[in-house]
Design a protein around this ligand. Structure first.
Ligand code: GTP
Length: 602
């Protein structure tokens, strides 16, 4: 297709504002989908995505559209992942487009998460077309939303397109404005091939499928290509596009978006943002903006039933086939047995993987407290020189005396909330060692910018934020680097033995409160034994909190189990089941539930 007849665009929207519904309507309107196929949402095709209302893996479609000028256009809609954890992937999808539709719910208005993506889109020099959706809702207030778009984002909203994606209103106008307002791509057909690897996923029939945006040159079947960042070469065996059904093409030309396959077995061999070039006639320079994605949140995943370890290994390996952005390595814990230390792009990413493991692979898992990546400066010891290290697991914390400095990652968070919740949200941020950077009011809502240690956010920040704002606050963040902190490793001891899975790295100022909370919870969670059990929290050798579980009186069992023999049998059976889920810890049996509950900071 001629460059002048191509348009590449993405849709920016806050969760639930109607991105998928609008995308499906665009596909339907241009003939890619029948009414019947329309009933099942196409772009959000995974169950978990549907339930959580988020898009995890980007999918892209090509639409054929005949515009009012009588010309035929090729419209490539790039789907972008909808969550902050996938900010880098979003940036690459945006880099592959020349414009974006900004979908804003007519009743909800502009949200924090939308902002982050809009700013990225502006940075990519995109032409942004505001689309005010859900105008059918009784609570829709188009003028107010227009004012917000102008005030908060700084985009003219006079000629915003008004739609109801649900009832099909305004769809033709959206298509027309894509053609008239978004510029065509630039590119040189005669230059050496230069294409960006935008996304990849594993398909059981095709193997690894790679989504590309060709900048210069063209990509064809049978071509030998080189991935410039990975340094590998591959033979292209298929090129095509999605409409959304797969269509095989002869080539993907300059300015176009499509997919390729090349007999690649694992997604881990492909890197988002890599530059694909011709192996024989390579481009001089790779495309700018490539970044190696690094996990930022780590936790241990252990099977509740030790016999499930192999199953867990297989399941994790399978998941990793399709998601190279999480890492895993084996870990052993005295308390939890064999498991894996896994790294994720963020908390939501962690939750998604954890949920898929338990749901799709039917695994009962224990997750240890999430930890961030600390940077440590170690002094010289008798056997070792001074050195720096990264710490992913509190259990690996070196001897306190050798640590000269600990640095923790910080983030800058933007929170948007209605006025009435402002006070409690400020308090939450303050309690989490936050530093307030900005507080402004726009359109009756407060916008708060805070710097926060990521360490304080991975605990239960989202949940707290959601509950104190009754779901009305929106949250967005990005990392701003490591800073020195007064951090210590807190250990939890049950009957004098440290329980490795419960140790964590905390700020000294919050250690006591955390320690006390943990001891109190464990006191209620660990059943009584025939002897007294002390539960202690300690920093180094110093005890900072203590609780004691009183000894069980011997006649208690006799009293409650006495009498009815069938009832007694039932109870014994129940007990047996319960036993299987216990961990013997020293001389103390701790039920699995106790770990899980204790790890869930509350
Ligand atoms: P994510 O994929 O989670 O980012 O959400 P989304 O932005 O794709 O939203 P989605 O299209 O799934 O729509 C969210 C909800 O809003 C769904 O229940 C839709 O049926 C509904 N919805 C979408 N467009 C409209 C509209 O124009 N009017 C009304 N009343 N509801 C709509």
């Amino acid at each position: 297709t001629e460059l002048s007849h191509i348009r590449n665009f993405s849709i920016i929207a806050h969760i639930d504002h109607g991105k998928s519904t609008l995308a499906d309507r665009l596909i339907q309107h241009t003939g890619g989908l029948s009414e019947r196929e329309m009933s099942a949402q196409v772009l959000d095709n995974m169950d978990i995505e549907k339930e959580r209302g988020i898009t995890i893996k980007a999918q892209t479609v090509r639409l054929d559209y005949t515009a009012k000028d009588g010309q035929k256009y090729e419209l490539n809609l790039m789907d972008t992942p909808g969550h902050v954890d996938f900010a880098y992937e979003v940036s690459r999808s945006l880099a592959a487009c020349e414009g974006a539709l900004l979908v804003v719910d007519a009743a909800q208005g502009v949200e924090a998460q939308t902002l982050a993506n809009v700013y990225q889109s502006i940075e990519h020099d995109h032409e942004i077309v505001p689309v005010i959706n859900k105008i059918d809702l009784p609570a829709a207030d188009v003028d107010k939303v227009k004012a917000e778009i102008e005030e908060i984002i700084g985009l003219p909203a006079d000629d915003a397109v008004l739609t109801s994606a649900k009832s099909g209103i305004g769809i033709a106008e959206v298509l027309e404005s894509i053609v008239t307002r978004i510029p065509p791509p630039k590119g040189d057909r005669n230059a050496p091939l230069k294409a960006m690897l935008v996304d990849s996923w594993y398909d059981p029939y095709l193997g690894v499928v790679i989504l590309v945006r060709v900048i210069d040159g063209a990509i064809r079947k049978g071509q030998q290509v080189k991935f410039m960042q990975a340094g590998t070469t591959h033979l292209i065996d298929r090129v095509g596009c999605m409409r959304p059904k797969i269509e095989i093409l002869d080539e993907i030309g300059p300015g176009e978006v499509g997919f390729i396959t090349a007999q690649i077995k694992e997604v881990a061999q492909t890197r988002v943002g890599d530059t694909i070039t011709d192996a024989k006639r390579p481009a001089a320079e790779p495309l700018p903006g490539f970044k190696e994605v690094q996990p930022v949140v780590f936790c241990g995943l252990f099977p509740t039933d030790a016999a499930d370890f192999e199953k867990l290994r297989e399941s994790i390996s399978k998941l990793r086939l399709n998601d190279a952005s999480f890492s895993f390595e084996m870990e052993t814990s005295a308390a939890l047995g064999f498991g894996f230390r896994c790294g994720f792009l963020g908390l939501l990413h962690l939750e998604i993987i954890q949920e898929r493991l338990s749901r799709e692979y039917d695994l009962d898992l224990i997750t240890t407290a999430p930890s961030v990546v600390y940077k440590l400066k170690l002094g010289r010891s008798k056997t070792e020189d001074a050195r720096e290290m990264e710490l992913h697991n509190p259990a690996d914390m070196p001897d306190v005396n050798r640590i000269e400095e600990i640095q923790e990652p910080w983030i800058e968070a933007t929170i948007y909330c209605p006025d009435e919740y402002l006070g409690s949200i400020l308090k939450l941020c303050q309690d989490r060692r936050g530093i307030q950077k900005q507080l402004t009011y726009v359109g009756g809502r407060a916008q708060i910018v805070y710097e926060l240690p990521l360490n304080e956010v991975v605990f239960d920040f989202y949940d707290r934020l959601k509950s104190i704002s009754r779901g009305y606050a929106s949250f967005d963040y990005h990392q701003i680097g490591h800073r020195e902190g007064d951090l210590v490793k807190m250990s939890i001891m049950v009957n004098g033995d440290p329980v490795d899975a419960l140790s964590m790295i905390v700020h000294r100022s919050t250690a006591e409160a955390r320690g006390r909370g943990m001891c109190e919870r464990l006191k209620d969670l660990i059943p009584r034994h025939l002897f007294k059990i002390p539960i202690q929290a300690a920093i180094g050798g110093k005890i900072i909190a203590r609780e004691t579980i009183a000894a069980l009186r011997k006649d208690v069992t006799a009293k409650c189990y006495g009498g009815d023999i069938t009832r007694k049998k039932k109870l014994l059976e129940k007990q047996k089941k319960g036993k299987a889920r216990m961990r013997e810890y020293g001389s103390v049996s701790i039920p699995q539930e106790a770990f899980i509950a204790a790890l869930r900071m509350g």
